[in-house]
Design a protein around this ligand. Structure first.
Ligand code: X2X
Length: 343
């Protein structure tokens, strides 16, 4: 008998006579038991994205290890609403878990955007040391201050954001001038493209494909792996390797929903979530090897955009100075501990 089955048995036994408890044993043991706890997990990624592939494995492992007591239902592709809507739902508890990028969570908790400062992280070694280290811990503490939300330990990978367009390639910052670009509902992403004097407009990811298709905007910016899995290559021509911001997805939980679970079940859920995230990071790392060829085969024209002129433009627009002031000296020092001096 597993711990969870045993506990259910004891619970039953304390409520009823021994004879009823004995019958109850048959009811509670085995995997056919009805879920005691159903948790809704929402995200904006396509069903084929590594996040959702690993989330399905994670849900299965959690169901098995809790003998069916905890059931996680996955809602990919913004099925429950746009990111803005779903953020409201996870705050109210209508959704129990939500994978959300720090750049969008910044509309609620501005300080979490610190991981998305432009051209801060040079590579994944810096990213994971920061996010699994003190920078991640700082941000999770900020999220916990909301009291309604918390973040699990590990952040899913989205990737380094690049810029796709249908009208012209982006090689230097000047190419962005007045360009109608979709950005997520995100203060920090909005600000970087304002510094480049583009014409950024906030659109939720669920609307991006159609906004590009109908040419409401000329371009958008997202990691190569997502340009591929969301098939944005079908409605874009150029892909400029700007790599301006690293992005991930915090696995947010509604605190009250999670606290309803007994502590041992909480531990099982956290363990499998963190394991799924680590595996998903590896999946995207493996994909990096072939993603450029995949996108070229789909007809995208890949363009190099050397970072230095972009970084200089941010310096002269006082982008680093402004964000340093907003995040504060202490948080900025944590970022620079991993990313090196930024200004
Ligand atoms: O909306 C986006 O661009 C995405 C999918 O990258 C985020 O969730 C920030």
């Amino acid at each position: 008998m597993s711990d969870f089955t045993r506990r259910n048995f004891l619970k039953t036994a304390s409520l009823a006579s021994a004879a009823v408890a004995a019958a109850g044993l048959g009811l509670y043991s085995g995997k056919s038991q009805a879920a005691e706890f159903k948790l809704k997990f929402a995200n904006n990624m396509p069903i084929t994205h590594s996040m959702n592939v690993r989330a399905r494995e994670m849900a299965k492992a959690i169901r098995e290890e809790t003998d069916g007591a905890v059931q996680i239902q996955i809602f990919p592709s913004s099925q429950l609403g746009s990111d803005t809507d779903t953020l409201a739902q996870v705050r109210s508890g209508a959704v129990d878990m939500f994978a959300l990028s720090p750049v969008i969570l910044g509309t609620l908790v501005p300080s979490v955007q610190i991981s998305a400062v432009g051209f801060a992280f040079k590579d994944y070694e810096q990213v994971w040391s920061a996010m699994d280290g003190d920078l991640g811990a700082h941000v999770r503490a900020e999220i916990a201050k909301t009291e309604t939300l918390f973040a699990f330990d590990k952040i899913w990978d989205n990737g380094f954001r690049v810029t796709t367009t249908s009208t012209r390639p982006i090689v230097t910052p000047d190419d962005l001038k007045s360009m109608k670009l979709r950005v997520p509902p995100s203060p920090i992403i909005m600000s970087i493209f304002r510094a480049f004097e583009a014409a950024p407009t906030s659109i939720n990811f669920s609307e991006v494909y159609s906004a590009l298709q109908t040419r409401i905007v000329e371009g958008q910016e997202n990691p190569l792996t997502l340009v591929s899995s969301a098939k944005l290559y079908e409605v874009q021509k150029y892909c400029s390797l700007t790599n301006h911001v690293w992005d991930g997805f915090w696995m947010l939980g509604n605190s009250a929903s999670f606290n309803r679970l007994p502590q041992d079940m909480q531990a099982v859920v956290s363990k499998h979530i963190n394991a799924a995230v680590v595996a998903q990071r590896d999946d995207l790392a493996t994909l990096q090897g072939t993603i450029r060829d995949t996108l070229k085969e789909k007809g995208l024209e890949l363009v190099e955009s050397p970072p230095e002129p972009f970084r200089q433009r941010l310096q002269s627009a006082n982008y680093y100075g402004d964000w340093h002031e907003k995040f504060g000296d202490a948080a900025w020092a944590i970022l620079e501990k991993y990313a090196g001096k930024l200004a």
